[in-house]
Design a protein around this ligand. Structure first.
Ligand code: IDP
Ligand code: MG
Length: 142
């Protein structure tokens, strides 16, 4: 299995709850190396650009409003099979479903519902590359 890099974003709801440290620590405990780290706030425009694949979805405006509602922290995680493993650790999109099927997942522990679900993670090696480049410059990755 190859060493990969993937992107996570601790979303505004988890930041507001003070869950940043616990979420980053979980990934460290799971064996990932943090190779990039940044706190910022999306504008509606940059949130819309980041989530452009969802432009036509009924929840797009809600998603953009939520993601630009407060600061976030983005991290690039490196490890074996990182894209798949990180998706597994965060759990399903809907936090309520996560509490049923993956009670130790990050969304089960820190998410509220389908929209406010604590954390983003890239869903493929291709989207990981694109998302990392959207948020980090080469100089910001170690
Ligand atoms: P993912 O984050 O698990 O990959 P996606 O389907 O890619 O899920 O959706 C992106 C984000 O859009 C979700 O993490 C969530 O914040 C939001 N979202 C998805 N579906 C809904 C919905 O039905 N209502 C409100 N927000 C949603
Ligand atoms: Mg997705």
């Amino acid at each position: 299995m190859a060493v990969e890099r993937t992107l996570i974003i601790v979303k505004p709801d988890a930041m507001e709850k003070g869950a940043l440290g616990k979420i980053l620590d979980r990934f460290i405990q799971e064996g990932f190396k943090i190779v990039g780290l940044k706190m910022f706030r999306f504008t509606p425009r940059t949130a819309g650009e980041f989530y452009k694949v969802h432009r036509e979805r009924p929840f797009f405006n809600e998603l953009v409003e939520f993601m630009s509602s407060g600061p976030v922290v983005a991290a690039v995680l490196e490890g074996e099979d990182a894209v798949r493993r990180v998706r597994e650790i965060i759990g399903p999109t809907d936090s309520e479903e996560a509490r049923r099927v993956a009670p130790n997942s990050i969304r089960a522990l820190f998410g509220t519902d389908k929209g406010k679900n604590a954390v983003h993670a890239s869903d493929s090696p291709e989207s990981a590359k694109e998302e990392i480049c959207f948020i980090f410059s080469g100089l910001e990755l170690v």
